[in-house]
Write a protein that binds this ligand. Structure first.
Ligand SMILES: [Zn+2]
Length: 328
């Protein structure tokens, strides 16, 4: 896997060509535009990567993954049967980052500690549902399927949080952002705001302080609205508290809670929070969990690139100080 230490700080991009981003590589490929393509003319023959001016993609998905033994690969294959889209082989893939970080906590049985630290409350026996795929049933997590139906979503366009975590105390939904931001509006009408408002016997009015159109179109919180609505409804029926976590880069959306909170009916059993990848890095760096792969994960955070902007290499996480979680 290539990162900040293996890639050129800047690459030359012309109208017709792009140079390979790997250090010391002399190869130049044809410049591709618009949607990303994996054609031979965009591939560096020495490094086996497909190149665009802003990112690159590995030959195999596993080239971009830290954890890809037999069990991991089988799980990823199974996830793809329900997951909508996957660009996991690309350097700037949010899904790859999500997998590389959370799969390790799951594999090492240390997720309860991380979640307890992030949520500032005890969490026990967490079970992870990646991109709506339930490892126990081998399909879409059934409560989510029911909620999608209840609120008028078609399965193919249904809400799909990156991670759903079911624990003894709480239902936790995590939407992980690395390149994207939380401001979203419906892009593919028809969509049905009335169905969101009417579903679950009008659950919307227990969950929000505003109407769907204001939240969606004025505030641009379409995705978070759906997660908060469906997640809180499922949690209520399961007698669990609900936490919706927006996991973002430290530098992005510092005012997110202030933007979102006015629209939500929060309570002692229902909360929205913004967490950052840097907090997770600090948690690992602080050595609370001493799994053998700890150094691999720290190196990943420190070395992770996010493609190029105007020819300049972008660092994903600005992680230069190893401080304890929530030390300030
Ligand atoms: Zn190359």
């Amino acid at each position: 896997m290539y990162g900040l230490r293996e890639l050129k700080p800047t690459i030359k991009v012309t109208e017709a060509s792009v140079e390979c981003p790997v250090l010391d590589c002399m190869c130049t490929v044809e410049r591709q535009r618009h949607s990303f393509r994996r054609d031979a003319r965009f591939r560096c023959p020495h490094h086996g990567i497909y190149i665009s001016p802003s990112t690159f993609e590995y030959e195999r998905e596993t080239d971009n993954l830290l954890w890809c033994d037999g069990d991991d690969r089988a799980l990823l294959q199974a996830i793809k049967t329900v997951k909508r889209e996957s660009r996991i082989a690309r350097d700037n893939s949010e899904d790859a980052v999500t997998w590389n970080v959370f799969r390790l906590f799951e594999r090492t049985d240390t997720l309860a500690g991380l979640l307890s630290a992030l949520l500032c409350r005890p969490i026990s026996n967490p079970r992870v549902i990646y991109w709506s795929y339930d490892q126990q049933s081998g399909g879409v997590w059934e409560p989510l399927s029911r909620a999608r139906q209840e609120f008028g979503e078609r399965d193919q366009r249904g809400s799909e949080p990156d991670l759903i975590i079911v624990s003894d105390q709480s239902l936790i939904w995590i939407e992980a952002k690395v390149t994207a931001l939380n401001e979203t509006r419906p892009s593919n009408p028809p969509y049905s705001l009335p169905a969101y408002e009417a579903g679950g016997n009008g659950w919307f009015h227990h969950a929000f302080r505003s109407d769907p159109s204001t939240i969606t179109n004025t505030a641009g919180l379409y995705e978070l609205m759906r997660f908060w609505l469906l997640g809180s409804w499922i949690a209520e029926h399961a007698c669990l508290s609900f936490h919706l976590v927006s996991l973002v880069l430290d530098r992005q959306e510092p005012d997110l809670v202030g933007r979102v909170a006015p629209y939500l009916q929060e309570s002692v059993r229902r909360a929205f929070l913004r967490a950052t990848w840097k907090e997770i890095y600090r948690y690992v760096a602080a050595g609370t969990e001493l799994f053998p792969e700890r150094e691999d994960l720290l190196h990943y955070f420190e070395n992770k690139s996010l493609g190029y902007r105007a020819g300049a290499l972008q660092a994903a996480f600005s992680v230069d100080e190893k401080l304890p979680l929530r030390a300030s």
